[in-house]
Write a protein that binds this ligand. Structure first.
Ligand SMILES: *Cc1c(COP(=O)(O)O)cnc(C)c1O
Length: 401
């Protein structure tokens, strides 16, 4: 006799308590916050903490310049503006990402072109990018999804001959590496986010990085009302905005650089244990594969493929809502993940949408685990593996045709 699922009144496999995200504030963060508070230098234009943090974060990601911003969305917009993107220009964005990747384009009056993604790993690929390129393409945005880098080599092989800049949306990938090189240094520029859910957070905030010193000065200028770093206070060389991070945000983020590696290691242990637990049980689920070239996945999220046997495009046969409800009943909060961007009517209206069978396929069979689970004791990964196995072998998890 099998034990009933919690959704049917069985005892939940877990009591539902998981580590909090963000983790409790450290003494280093409290000390720096107090220093900023007492100094009265609260803005990045009068203090030096945000500048120090931006420089250290950039260095850590193999870049010469880092520019703090108010958030990741506006960072993407500022980077596109610095690359000369304007009204009517097209910027290619992958279909499986957070809506902000595309609304950042629309903010400039430019047109997001929603390209399909690879059905297996969910990232933009050369095959899905190529049909999206056209006469009006001005830039390409890649997204380092869930902490695993996009396959930059195959993207760049297409964009470089056309002279198209690649902007990395690295909102989810602090510390990730691709063929041993840090994200943030792989394209023309990159935008990171420190919003509440991210792997480093100050509640809100963002940061731009680049390996191109000249572009770095333009990024700084766009985020500092068009000033130049060496110019006059009321000298405005271009159109820019006040998009600065505050010193308070930098006080929370600077000490985080010293513990990011440990946190990535914790998440990696959890996900390795989950993968092993699923394999041992021959569960009909696996951790979604990486694109080629991932050398360090930072696991902002764990994307779990809950229908790996069904690889025919469009055929997943999974009742995702049942799976999520049954997991929640077992004390495990999982996330449905993104709908394709082309499924958001308000966005589709201002975009050019390509067919997206790959994104539909990936989205239909993928759920996410977030920081609270991933930062937990890896022993609990076995509980998640057990819950997933039981739920996915219940006939109700399959859509009956
Ligand atoms: C979080 C996120 C953003 C936006 O960052 P904010 O700081 O919330 O504005 C953009 N793209 C992706 C992929 C994200 O995950």
């Amino acid at each position: 006799m099998t034990t009933p699922l919690a959704i049917d009144g069985g005892t939940p496999l877990h009591d539902g308590t998981w580590p909090a995200w963000p983790p409790p504030a450290t003494d280093a963060q409290r000390d720096l916050l107090n220093q900023v508070l007492d100094s009265g230098r609260w803005g990045a234009n009068v203090g030096d903490l945000a500048t120090t943090f931006a420089a250290r974060f950039a260095e850590r990601h193999g870049c010469v310049t880092g520019v703090g911003t108010v958030n990741g969305t506006i960072g993407l917009t500022a980077a596109l503006a610095a690359m000369g993107v304007g009204p009517g220009d097209e910027v290619v964005v992958p279909a499986y990402t957070f809506v902000a990747s595309a609304t950042a384009v629309a903010m400039l009056g430019a047109v997001p072109v929603i390209a399909d993604v690879d059905p297996v790993h969910g990232h933009l690929s050369a095959a899905t990018l190529e049909p999206a390129l056209g006469e009006r393409t001005r830039a390409v945005m890649v997204v380092h999804l869930a902490g695993s880098p996009c396959d930059m080599d195959e993207i760049t092989a297409l964009t470089a001959p056309l002279g198209l800049p690649v902007l990395e949306d690295a909102a989810q990938a602090h510390g990730a590496t691709y063929r041993g090189r840090p994200v943030g240094s792989l394209g023309a520029a990159a935008s990171f986010s420190f919003q509440s859910s991210k792997a480093m957070t100050a509640g809100e905030g963002g940061l731009l990085t680049t390996t191109d010193a000249a572009l770095g000065e333009v990024l700084w200028s766009v985020c500092n009302v068009g000033r130049s770093r060496t110019g006059a206070w009321y000298g405005h060389e271009r159109i820019g905005w006040n998009l600065r991070m505050t010193e308070f945000q930098a006080a929370i983020l600077l000490p985080w650089l010293d513990r990011l590696d440990d946190e990535i290691a914790t998440r990696t242990s959890f996900v390795d244990a989950l993968a092993a637990g699923l394999a041992t049980r021959s569960a009909p689920a696996r951790i979604a594969p990486h694109p080629e070239g991932t050398t360090r996945d930072t696991l902002h999220l764990a994307m779990v493929d809950i229908a790996p046997a069904e690889q025919v495009l469009g055929e997943r046969g999974i009742d995702k809502q049942f799976v999520l409800d049954a997991l929640a009943a077992e004390g495990i909060a999982a996330d449905a993940g993104y709908p394709g961007l082309d499924q958001i009517p308000a966005l589709a209206e201002v975009s050019r949408c390509l067919p997206t069978p790959g994104a539909a396929h990936f989205s239909a069979g993928t759920i996410w685990l977030r920081q609270p689970q991933l930062m937990a004791d890896p022993a609990l990964a076995d509980v998640v593996a057990e819950a997933l196995t039981r739920i996915l072998t219940d006939p109700r998890s399959r859509r009956t045709q």
